[in-house]
Design a protein around this ligand. Structure first.
Ligand code: HEC
Ligand code: HEC
Length: 236
């Protein structure tokens, strides 16, 4: 983050002259949204934009764990009703996925700027809350078509994990090379089919005792049909 931007945003928020070209708080918020350095952790490579688009419709070629944040400030609740304060909904991501050490506080100018940005992309006052169905019990899924699986990999996994077999272009060295990571599964999870371990990882992310910091994919975010196609593409 650029300190000049912080100072300018503070100027705008407190109503004083921010200089020759004042950066509106919402513009500063948009910068923060796209910048992994919003988190102080040197291990973090994720920005809000890694997992959330901001357009009314999801663009072709993207399947994200998180919903589009278009209209987000108008929704009456978040995370399928688990969160009733927007900043708590944001902090859940900030702390768990972006390794933010402490939560963003209400008074923090960065929280204010993020809010102004999210409000700007929320034109419809009546936007409904969105469902969030955690797939708790892990069952096998019907296998699909490998060409669809490749498209799903590119849309959902490639940004973080990079190319299959090499990890080339991955967002962070911490993201495992797929599907090679499964070679250790016989030792780590004896007797459990490799595909099931991958299904559990995708459905639970870092939660339910799995660990790491990958986000979970709800039933709404990724269908069993797409997951089944992805497994075939990964040779599982
Ligand atoms: C690693 C992926 C990831 C990152 C990074 C991330 N989020 Fe999320 N976010 C999710 C997932 C998964 C959910 C749960 C599904 C949903 O509700 O969108 C979620 C939910 C939310 C929600 C609730 C949406 C709703 O209507 O239920 C908000 C608001 C939100 N995130 C904002 C942010 C902001 C702002 C940032 C950056 C500070 C951020 N997220 C970073 C994955 C992420
Ligand atoms: C926002 C970034 C991100 C996205 C998107 C993502 N992953 Fe991950 N994934 C990670 C990171 C980081 C790790 C290593 C840390 C961990 O285990 O959570 C990981 C680990 C894994 C592992 C290894 C777990 C183990 O055995 O240690 C598997 C399998 C996996 N991801 C599958 C997927 C698949 C399949 C997709 C697409 C549907 C996907 N991931 C999407 C970031 C991501």
């Amino acid at each position: 983050m650029r300190w000049s931007a912080v100072v300018l945003a503070l100027g705008v928020l407190s109503g004083c002259d921010g200089g020759d070209e004042p950066v509106a708080a919402a513009d500063f918020g948009e910068e923060l949204f796209q910048d992994a350095r919003l988190s102080e952790s040197s291990f973090n490579r994720f920005s809000c934009a890694t997992c959330h688009v901001t357009t009314p419709q999801t663009p072709e070629g993207r399947i994200d764990s998180g919903y589009s944040l278009y209209n987000v400030t108008a929704r009456p609740s978040w995370w399928g009703g688990y969160e009733t304060h927007l900043l708590d909904a944001v902090n859940f991501c900030y702390v768990n996925f972006m390794r933010g050490v402490t939560k963003l506080e209400e008074e923090d100018p960065r929280s204010r700027a993020l809010y102004e940005y999210l409000a700007r992309i929320s034109p419809d006052a009546q936007a409904p809350a969105l469902p969030f169905t955690v797939v708790k019990d892990i069952d096998d899924v019907p296998r699909g078509d490998t060409a669809r699986g490749e498209a799903v990999y590119r849309a959902a996994c490639q940004n973080c994990h990079g190319a299959t077999h090499t990890g080339e272009g991955r967002l962070t060295e911490l993201a495992s090379v797929l599907p090679e990571v499964t070679q250790d599964y016989d030792q780590l999870f004896p007797g459990i089919p490799h595909a099931r371990v991958v299904i559990e990882k995708v459905r639970h992310g870092q939660f339910f005792g799995v660990g790491g910091n990958m986000p979970p994919y709800s039933a709404e975010a990724l269908s069993d049909a797409d997951l089944g196609a992805l497994l075939v593409y990964l040779g599982l």
